[in-house]
Structure formats: C-alpha cells, structure tokens
Design a protein around this ligand. Sequence first.
Ligand code: ADP
Ligand code: MG
Length: 317
Amino acid sequence: MHEFNLIQKYFTWENPPVDVITAVGDDAAVMGIPADQQLVTSIDTLISGVHFPKETSAHAIGYKALAVSLSDLAAMGATPKWFTLALTLPEIDQSWLHSFSLGLKTLAQEYQCFLVGGDTTKGSLSISIQVMGLVNTGSALLRSGAKSGDKIYVTGTLGDANAGLDSLLNGSKILASEAREFCHRRLNYPTPRLNESFVIKDLASSCIDLSDGLLQDLSHILNASKVGAELDLSQLPLSPALKALDTPKSLSYVLAGGDDYELLFTLPEENEYKLLTEMGDRVTCIGSIAKDIDGIVDKAGKHLESSGYNHFYEAKI
Ligand code: ADP
Ligand code: MG
C-alpha cells in the first residue's frame, strides 16, 4: 500500500466542521478562529516500549495517544477543536492501522476534535499528536494562579493506571483479577477530563493534568504559583481496586505513579460550594495551599519528597 492510499483510507475523515477550511490533502491545514478566542495547543509523543508496553493493542494506542493530548487541553480549560498526527510505523499493517484509526476516531468524535493533517514516516513505532483548542481571550487556566488558602482538588481516582502498569510489566500479582482488568483499562483508555474542565475552568485558580504522579505534578503548580501545600493523605480518592491494597503500596502508586490523566486544581474557598453542587463526588478535596509551607507536607508536617515519575518501576514514597 502506498503512503498516499494509507492516508486516504485511514486518516482522511469525512464531514469536516465548518471552521476547517482545508484539512488533509493540501500542504497545510487552514482553520478559522473566532475574533474573541485564543488558540491553545499542545503536543505529546508516545513511543512504543517507553510510553506504552509493546503488547498494547492498536485500538488502545490510538485512543490513548489522543486522550493524553486532550488531557492537556482540559488542564488549560480549552475546548478541543482540531489535531494533527505524526505517525512513524515500522511497516504497513492494515489490520493494525484499522484498529488504531478506530481507537483514535472513537475519542475524536466523542469530543469533536477533527483530524486536519499529519505526517507519515517509516521507523520504530511512535505517535505524536498535536491538539489545538480554543479559550475565550484571556481565560486560559494556568499553573501559576494558586493562592494561599486555596483548596486543592482532584477529579476521579488516582493511582489506578500505575497499578495496572506494575502488574503488566513486573507481573505484580497483588491485584485481584477484576481489579487488574479495571486498572489495565485505566492505563490503556484514560478519560480526558474535558467535561469536568468545562465546570472547573470558571471556578479554579490553577490547574494541571496528572501525568507524572501527584507529588511531581503538584510541585509544578507550587513552583509556578510560589506557594506550598499541605496534603491530607487520608483523603486521596482511591478506587476499590486500590483500596484493597496495603496503604504504602497504594500510596506509592498515587504519589509517584503516572498516567492518571485526572485534573489537579486549586480553588478559592468561596467557590467550593458551587464546585461541589455541580460536581458532587466526581471531585475530592485533598489539601490546601499555604504561603508559609516550603514544598509539600502531610497533616503531621512531614515533607513529602517528589521522586517523580518512575518508569514503573520501583515507586518509592
Ligand atoms: P507534504 O510532503 O506536502 O508534507 P505529505 O505527503 O506529508 O505532504 O502529506 C500529504 C497530506 O496528508 C498532508 O495534508 C498531510 O497533512 C496529510 N497527512 C500525512 N500523514 C498524515 C497522517 N498520519 N494523518 C493525517 N494526515 C496526514
Ligand atoms: Mg509531510
């Protein structure tokens, strides 16, 4: 199959939205941006064996590659619009391409993000997706807005993906079979929290998506905002799968694990009521921001060191 036919068959989508003037097929894509909006863009690369296990299905790879990029738009409070795809393939495998493009399209249609172009090359399997989204001018949600007294919240449950990865790569048997399946799904099919972002963006003072573990990602907000944080470790939202584990183990998955793609955000206390009215138990308060704390401490005042994202990897607290 020629590269041109491959692009035509798998990556030339029908019915482009009206703001897409030219998509796949010209030298570059042309899109219209309303005068009162700003463009928000982010790119992520997934490399086989580094960012996902080699055995991952093509469908999951397509889904996840777009999900992790959409998650960055969610963290900025942006509405997804378009994306480009740079695909490096070791060979042309039609059944792989079919599943990959289905996984990609499923998520793209759910959040109405249209494929407008890309690049296709030969080499070790790698997928780069650049997403583009829009915000009302001046309203992008940044990492730098956290203030002393703000509450720290997260969406969803934490640590599931890292537990799933540990079981896949290290053969860890600590999860029961149903729990293992749940965690594998959380690893392979992360949900970009765009619906949640839609509510959070008008209430939060800062936001980040959790890709490298809670401590590391929280520290990005703290550094950008020049504040510290106290975490209540007893309040970390855990799925039943992680609740069934020893506390040190589940804590290590949450604090130093990666790939959650939940949102971590701060908000002034006066917005809490509104947040909880709209989001209920889809969000959990896990701590608060303070100017006089250096870094991150627990309720007892003990410093929590950010060991960063462990490539699965000997998660340490
Ligand atoms: P050029 O040589 O002008 O860069 P290419 O042959 O790389 O053109 O691509 C031809 C067209 O196909 C372009 O519009 C490009 O955006 C699109 N394209 C190439 N690869 C992909 C892909 N993997 N997904 C979507 N569009 C692609
Ligand atoms: Mg090209």
